[in-house]
Design a protein around this ligand. Sequence first.
Ligand code: F6R
Length: 607
Amino acid sequence: MCGIVAAAAGKNIVPVLVEGLKKLEYRGYDSAGLAVISGASIERVRSVGRVAELEIGSANTQSVTGIAHTRWATHGVPSERNAHPHVSGSIAVVHNGIIENYESLRRDLTAQGYVFTSDTDTESIAHLLEATLKREPDLFKAVQITCRQLVGAYAIAVIDHSQPGKVIVAREGSPLLLGVSDTGNYAASDASALLQVTRNMVYLENGDIAELTATSVKITRLDGTPVERPVHVSQLSAAAVELGNYQHYMQKEIFEQPEALANTLEIVGGSKSIQPGIFGADAANLMADVDSILILACGTSSHSGFTARYWLEAIAGVTCNVEIASEYRYRTSVANPRQLIVAISQSGETADTLAALRHAKSLGQMKTLAICNVPESAIVRECALRFITRAGPEIGVASTKAFTTQLAALFLLTLVMAKVKERLTPGQESVYIDQLRHLPVAVNKVLELESDIEVWAKRFADKHHALFLGRGRHYPIAMEGALKLKEISYIHAEAYPAGELKHGPLALVDADMPVISIAPNDQLLDKLKSNLKEVQARGGELYVFADADSEMAESEGVHVLRLPEHYGELSPILHVIPLQLLSYHVALVKGTDVDKPRNLAKSVTVE
Ligand code: F6R
């Protein structure tokens, strides 16, 4: 989704703006632009396409104050005239989010004589601010007045060539943080854009507005009340967002999973037992009378929730429902104050998940837990309890290591709930903890299948559809496999619980429809084999991921790859990895933009 970078420093900031935008590319965008103060005017460069083109276009631009933006089209097609920054009089504005009252603002401003040159909601902010400056010449105060008239979600950054040397930023609903240093002050949508200049980050709250100069930072609320926000020293390493020897971020992130899991599970330490405290100081108290769990999430994060449902009900004996956040927030549901609401999100900023969480709280459901990869994100801040997955920054749009670390976190939740419900003996607990500790090693072994999967991937190059089958706790893994394949290779893929085949989808099966099946050696294997026979009998080509000890033979039209070991309850964490690798290699064969698939954004901060 859109990204913002802004800077006020003692030296030329154009390279900082461009480098910052490159670091935000992973969020997804279709056009980019920057504006700087150049003498008594604003110099603006915009381009459709990659930041690299903007870099060329701005090669001769120099300034100490500027703003930059990557746009993900919402209002108006991707085009240069819709790209940010938008200019009105002496000011330029970049904006992330959606202004809901932009139509009425546009009508009023047009009546006042302003001429709109784009289809965006953002241009209304630019003209509104320009109109406000006629009454209130101080830029900081004028932005406060302007923001009070905006309805919706925004993070904005503004410069004014008649008040050089300062950048004003404000946030309501969309992410924005400051980077502070001795040589300049900066703002961006996330920390990765600013690690090039500083590690000292200040997270703005909703309703905050800040004025940055090369030597000062001033923060107030929208009504002008001064506020102090703490400086956090970012633990992100710049290397964590570098590609290194890998071809794509997605590939790098798939291979980082052993480390990401080890880091996430470090919280368990050397102990043979885990305590509710890993979810927050108040967890034991809050979980004591929990009678059920409701998981809220979108996309891949919802698939971790659907998997956890099997664990929570089977191991902890706690009723668990999973709802797609964008549906839950708008349906009338029965509130249960004893229910634990678990919001799962890698970014912690997904607008639908955040709104669903707020909706649950508005119904009096105050027992809330965030499972998230970004510690300072909105979802984490708004939940009573938290578990931070330690996957490190995930740059590829297709989520991989964030997913497996979410699964690890949800398994820990299962064990804690099982203990709270007195359903776990110390012996069982210690066995599960040992299995969790062994996970990074087990994942490493699965990654060794890459070259075999590459061979399979070539056979998908001319396919337009694929079916993914799983049973039990591996059905959500089949859903995740189908989502990965469709989002990065653009092959239409659907997932079914294998038992459902004969209730409809079998009609689709023929030689052109590859069927990918997850076949762990569990109690459903024999039933799954019968389902696979149904596919084989219709001439379908089967690609089966079995366990080392599964009795699954290769035959005409049946290809089998074996995972090194059967991993019991935690098997979904291993079985998703070959599916990630398969989508990655199919996308390579098809030549798609693996890390930035068309039409998709990494952090979906609008509804
Ligand atoms: C798919 C993917 C998305 C996200 C979804 C929710 O690979 O990444 O489906 O899972 O947009 O995002 P988060 O987890 O940030 O809330």
